[in-house]
Design a protein around this ligand. Sequence first.
Ligand code: CTP
Length: 403
Amino acid sequence: MAPVNLAGRRVLLIVSGGIAAFKALELVRLLRKSGCDVTCVLTKGGAQFVTPLSLQALSENHVYQDLFSLTDESAMGHIQLSRSADLVVVAPASANLLARMAAGLADDLAATLLLATDKRVLVAPAMNVRMWSHPATMANMATLAARGVSFVGPDVGAMACNEFGAGRLSEPPAILAAIAALLSAPKPLAGKHALVTSGPTHEPIDPVRYIANRSSGRQGHAIAAALAALGARVTLVSGPVTVSDPAGVKVVNIETAAQMLAACQAALPADIAVFAAAVADWRVTGAAGQKMKKTPGGAPPVLDLTPNPDILATLAAAGPQRPALVVGFAAETHELRRHAEDKRRRKNADWIVANDVNPATGIMGGSENEIHLVTAAGIEDWPRLAKDEVATRLAARIAQAVT
Ligand code: CTP
């Protein structure tokens, strides 16, 4: 078999109870060998057969066991844990866990993650042949399959309980192959080009001074990364920021609004455009070519300002180059909904992501965002979320809209 390359991919592996749980250790080893990042969740039943220490040593990641553990929640909250992987794998999946999944229970960490996840789920069942062929288990499997859950196995063979039949956990290489097949399935934004602006612009006063704003670029960069994760080719036009360049994204660094507009126009055509940058509305008219000097007793200089081009409005204007979906941002301190809807119409954007940037919200420059998505259909109020999570959800919405 050709070596499997899952470099950069992330799997959340749920290990439930059963004698076959020992095979989860080999699966973790194979996943790590393929370059995949693995985080394990061990159920109470699973912990009867393998230890968290073995899973932790092999996965090189913290092992999560308890829904109500303060340490686990502070390492990574259970909702984030359910969303941070590319794929959720349950191996082995006991008859009991399959039943809890089918019923939609959230009575332990594993079941809660499976209920909360927005990612694909691969299940590798393992149980006694009679439990497997019981109508209850068959009905649970049919329910899960109808909900889009994927399966690998079970295999037919001799069982630990001295019976023979279907119910054996698939061998780890077969589970690895099923994981690789799911992870290499075409991504929804494959073949699409997305243009994203991010960060502030710097408008020079003279060679050493400039006008800027508090934008960190975190939200725009996270959106670029989330669109790339869904398979889009992404051009990120960024003002000066300290956040790192997202992996797999073409980054064009600029300083001024005029440079940002030129870089955006050069990047066209694009299918999707997201204007998350906090572009300076004005630049200094005739910025000094040399450093401005103080003269003792002299009057302070007066800055004359010229309006900058509106990049969003320019690229959203109707025409053959207009991206199919144009998303603008509205950073407001008052009357947010009215200003955001007005901006959507005035700038000809399809959607506006509006947020309240009053300093008390801690949003501008912070790591969380609470957005209101303004579309032609109305306004959706999203909960306060990590900027990465806002980006993931927004990218998923964009994928739905353009595919
Ligand atoms: N924008 C832009 N080019 C500009 C100004 C803004 O592309 N010169 C984009 C931003 O990236 C954002 C949206 O327009 O997507 C709204 O920006 P914002 O500064 O909040 O609104 P303004 O139109 O500048 O209105 P105001 O300053 O009156 O709030």
